[in-house]
Structures are given as C-alpha cells and as structure tokens.
Design a protein around this ligand. Structure first.
Ligand code: GLV
Ligand code: MN
Ligand code: MN
Length: 402
C-alpha cells in the first residue's frame, strides 16, 4: 500500500526529469485530494485550514490536543517521489497500522499534509506550517506573489486551492507533540550502513535576493573598459559566496536561481537577479556568510559601476529537536535498527516551524546515493517500511506519554 501510494503520487506532476508539483498547481491539488480520499477510506476524519494544510485524524481514548505527524506534498521543480510525500503517506500508513491494531491511542493522532513546504512557487519555505505555528500571519502570505505572477490569496481560492467539500478548521490549536518522518536527502546514513536516524537539530537558513543593475548595451561595440556588466558582477559575488561558505566550514551556501536581463547573446547584461540560500546548524555561521556577501557586494559595486541591492527574503534560526521526544523516538527505533544514529538535518522541514509551538522530533531513512531534489531520488523499499514501523511505534509511545 505504502509503495503503491507513493508510486501513484509520483505520477502527479511527472515530467521527463522528475516531478513538478508546486503549491496549488493541478498536480499538487490532485495529490492533496488523493491523500484526503485515502484517509477518508481509512475511516479518518479530514479537515483543512485556510492556507491548505490538510489534517487526517484518528480519534484517541482521551480528549486533548492530538499528536501529529506529517510532511508535505509539494515538490521542487523536477523533484523526487519521496521528499515530503513519504512523510505524509508514511504518516497515514502509521495511523492505519495503529487503527488496525484494535487498541486506540490515548491521544488522537493526526497525519498532516503541510502546504507549500518547498517555497518553489511562493517565496516562503514551510509556508503552511509557518502560518500554523504563528510564525507568519495569514495576511502576510495572502500577499505573496508566486514565480508565475499569481497572488497567494487568489490561488488559495482558485480551482486548485482549498479542497472542495472538506471542512475548513477554525484556528490552529497546537498539537501535543509532532513527529516527522523523512528521507535523509544526504549521504550519511547510507555511508554509515544504518537504516534509521534520529534528528538532533535542523539547520538554520537564510534566503536573500540580490539585484544587480548595470548598463545594457551592444555586445560588439562597447569596449571592455566601458562596461557595467551586471552578469560579470554577479559572477564575482557567486564565487565570493562559495569561497565564504568553504572558509566558514560546517555551512553551505547556494545560488540556485539566477535571471539575466535581457538574456540575449549579443547584449551586455543590464540586470541580474539571483537568490542565495545559506545554511548551518550554528546560526552564527549563516550570519557570517551573509556579512561576507554584503561586504563583497559593497566593494564590487563601485569597481564594476553597478548598483547592488541585497534583500532578505527569509530567515529561520536553527531548531534543536526536543530532548525528551528524541529519547522516545530513539527507544522506538532501536529494536528496528540497533545501529540507529543521531544526525543533524541540513535540509529544512515543517518540523522546524511546528517545533515553535510543540515538542518536535524527526526520523530519517537513508537516501540512495544521498540524492534528493532531483528526479532520481530513491530509498530502498525495505527502509521505507522500516521508517513507517519506527514512526508508528514512536507515535504510540508519545501518545501514551502526553
Ligand atoms: C527544502 O527541502 C529545503 O530544505 O529547502
Ligand atoms: Mn521535504
Ligand atoms: Mn525538499
């Protein structure tokens, strides 16, 4: 069931190179609708909230806030079949296993599909969980403009926004605890020969947008000494950023998006906009890399006769996972993999937002070749199953402990 569901979701938004399922696209809407249908068939009650988060609930023996698990159904462009989808489908499978055991959990359990974790359409990562946790207001996200020009407030009300006929939950009460199951997305578990990882902390991240205004002109006539080439200035900054991240250590920095204007072979580039993603578990390292980038921007601008603007798009501090919850998760993982290890997450996850309102922890399974955010993302089927068993055991233990 787990594998068939993941395989079916992988067809939604399939491209020649991977999966393209941005928030409130037809494919992402179809994935949310499918999750909802599976949950309803499993006898779970389903609700959504006004940003598009979907909650599938298994009733508990006692009243009180639920223990949640979940992840996201949107993908990056040409992404893989497991990033996010595994945590949602795996969360649902864990609830189904617990329901089938005939012993209802003490606390209600919810499997959540958080809206727009990747930030691949609207410029805010962990959008749904961020609003849920009160880190961003609905009014702020309502104004966000997607990379296709769509405004969030219109998209959420559009044909691929909220699901028809699913009740809209009023308010966002904090869960009693939150567990997220995810593929590692890096090479560590595979290299160490272990099958389960207990996450210690999620790296902090900073996203910036750099705009360089130079002077466009004829590529054949403007002497090299008279140019204000925005792309040459951008190139210097991109390489400065790489050097800074290497020098600071235990930090990473990426320019994954760069637009050249007018982007024509015989025109000196007049304008370049690029985005920067900086991450480290130690927030001071992120700030240091940003400082080095801004310093280089200020130095390069007069030399290259361009104007450089550096704007912050998003900042999230590193988030440690809850100590007591990690102990419970470790105890649940150990019988399934005695070699399970502690591991830090370089990738961002919805858990980093939910952790602001409830104790949160994460379980990782290995990624083959450490590949993720690419179409050939893979995890061994037996490891996917093991992760769900670990999640089910941990959910049950946490639901009793709350
Ligand atoms: C999301 O996957 C991120 O870490 O950017
Ligand atoms: Mn993810
Ligand atoms: Mn991702």
């Amino acid at each position: 069931m787990l594998h068939a569901r993941l395989a079916e979701l992988a067809t939604f938004g399939a491209t020649a190179e991977g999966i393209d399922r941005p928030l409130f696209s037809a494919a992402e809407h179809a994935a949310r609708a499918r999750f909802t249908a599976w949950a309803a068939t499993a006898g779970l009650s389903v609700e959504q909230d006004r940003v598009g988060n979907v909650f599938a609930r298994l009733a508990g023996r006692e009243p009180g806030p639920p223990v949640q698990c979940g992840s996201h159904l949107d993908t990056v462009r040409n992404g893989g079949a497991y990033d996010g989808a595994y945590g949602v489908v795996g969360g649902l499978a864990a609830l189904e296993r617990i329901a089938a055991s005939g012993e209802p959990p003490k606390r209600a359990l919810e499997a959540v599909a958080w809206a727009g974790e990747e930030g691949s359409r609207f410029p805010l990562g962990c959008l749904g969980s961020s609003v849920y946790a009160g880190l961003t207001t609905y009014d702020e996200v309502a104004l966000l403009v997607g990379d296709d020009g769509a405004v969030f407030a219109d998209a959420v009300r559009g044909p691929h926004g909220l699901l028809a006929q699913i009740p809209v939950r009023d308010g966002c009460a904090a869960p009693a605890a939150y567990l997220e199951l995810h593929i590692e997305q890096g090479p560590v578990l595979e290299a160490r020969g272990v099958r389960l990882g207990v996450v210690t902390a999620i790296a902090g991240q900073r996203r910036l947008q750099v705009t360089i205004e130079g002077t466009a002109g004829h590529a054949g006539t403007i002497p090299m000494t008279d140019r204000a080439d925005a792309l040459c200035a951008a190139s210097e900054l991109v390489l400065t950023l790489e050097r800074a991240a290497r020098a600071v250590s235990d930090a990473v920095a990426t320019v994954g998006m760069l637009n050249v204007d007018p982007n024509q072979t015989n025109i000196v580039p007049g304008r370049v906009v690029f985005r920067v993603d900086i991450r480290a578990v130690d927030d001071a390292r992120v700030l240091e890399i940003e400082r080095l980038l801004r310093e280089a921007a200020a130095a390069i601008a007069p030399i290259r006769r361009v104007q450089v603007r550096v704007e912050g798009l998003e900042a999230r501090a590193a988030v440690p996972m809850d100590g007591r919850l990690r102990e419970i998760v470790r105890a649940a993982c150990r019988p399934l993999d005695p070699h399970a290890i502690d591991i830090a997450s370089g990738a961002g996850h919805d858990a980093m937002c939910v952790a602001h309102v409830a104790p949160a922890a994460m379980i990782f399974v290995p990624s083959i070749g450490g590949r993720s955010h690419v179409g050939d993302e893979r995890t061994a089927p037996a490891d996917l199953e093991l992760g769900v068993n670990a999640l089910a055991a941990a959910l049950r233990a946490v639901a009793e402990a709350c």
